[in-house]
Design a protein around this ligand. Structure first.
Ligand SMILES: Nc1ncnc2c1ncn2[C@@H]1O[C@H](COP(=O)(O)OP(=O)(O)OP(=O)(O)O)[C@@H](O)[C@H]1O
Ligand SMILES: [Mg+2]
Length: 287
């Protein structure tokens, strides 16, 4: 009896140690993924718990620029085997920890298997004692973004109300569901004029998702087009920190709160980030 109870407690403890891994993605570029990732991570951290932000945009490392940081080591050092993921982790504004990306690296998919494996294992190591791992990915249906999106526990699909962004968001959705039918995708409509506009976009995408992909698309919420966002970018500071009372910061609080209150209910899936990621990249993993 005692053994069973201990085993159960150990199981629960292990489960609780697993972070929620959230990939922030989009079809079209420039829709606000990086801005959303940084400020969402900060807002989640303000509610308590450890939050790690991973800059997985291996082409352009702009999370650091957005946060006014300049780190000595980044993902490139992990890829080259010079550092472990935990060694390149830096403390960032807003109480979060950041894994800096690296500029000018080739796509994840083009890296040697061993290098990819190092990054994946590093992400898996980070899951311990962490509440959320937010991954800022590259735009589009390239291998890099798609690998992160299908490996993560959940995906935040960011779009704007622009028709081209909506069309590209649908293409991304189709790719994600095509690779993993049980993906949990939540939509964020950024740069909206009002909530009705955001809801119209969400309804349109949910309808096509249901009709052509046979999948529900849940709507997490929206962020207003807010000059504070670009003003903060100009100052290399997250808008949630320098403009905490701005409309964008207030909407971000709502998004974070909804995320926290909509926990995923997929215990087995949470334990196999590494495996799913390896599968999408076509490499074997024992995780
Ligand atoms: N809600 C908003 N209101 C006003 N401007 C915004 C908003 N969200 C993002 N922006 C602006 O849009 C630009 C692009 O944002 P961001 O870099 O976050 O997009 P991205 O999707 O990460 O781009 P990329 O695909 O190049 O990585 C930035 O200059 C940012 O200031
Ligand atoms: Mg970006």
């Amino acid at each position: 009896m005692v053994d069973q109870a201990q085993n159960l407690r150990e199981l629960v403890r292990q489960y609780q140690k697993k972070a929620r891994v959230i990939a922030v993605t989009s079809g079209k570029g420039g829709v606000g993924k990086t801005s959303t990732s940084v400020n969402l991570a900060i807002t989640l951290a303000s509610r308590g718990g450890r939050v790690v932000l991973l800059d997985a945009d291996l082409g352009l490392a702009n999370v650091e620029v957005l946060m006014g940081l300049s780190s000595m080591f980044n993902l490139e050092h992990v890829i080259e085997g010079q550092k472990r993921m935990t060694e390149i982790l830096v403390k960032a504004p807003g109480g979060i920890e950041l894994i800096p990306g690296s500029s000018g690296l080739s796509r994840m998919a083009d890296l040697p298997v061993q290098a990819r494996q190092r990054v994946l294992e590093g992400i898996d190591d980070l899951q311990d004692e962490t509440g959320f791992i937010v991954i800022d990915t590259m735009a589009g249906i390239g291998q890099n973004a798609v690998s992160f999106a299908t490996a993560a526990d959940e995906v935040l699909l960011v779009t704007t109300p622009e028709p081209s962004a909506i069309v590209d968001a649908y293409a991304m959705l189709k790719t994600i569901y095509g690779l993993r039918k049980d993906s949990i995708v939540r939509l964020v409509v950024n740069m909206v004029g009002n909530q009705a506009q955001a809801k119209a976009v969400a309804t349109k995408l949910a309808n096509v998702s249901q009709q052509y992909l046979g999948r529900n698309l849940s709507y997490l919420g929206c962020l207003p087009r807010d000059p504070h966002v670009s003003q903060a970018v100009m100052q290399s500071q997250p808008f949630t920190l320098i403009y905490p009372n701005s409309p964008a910061a207030k909407y971000m609080q709502v998004l974070a709160s909804r995320l926290v209150h909509q926990p995923i209910n997929a215990e087995p899936a949470r334990e196999s980030f590494l495996k799913r990621f390896a599968q999408t990249l076509g490499i074997a993993s024992n995780a």
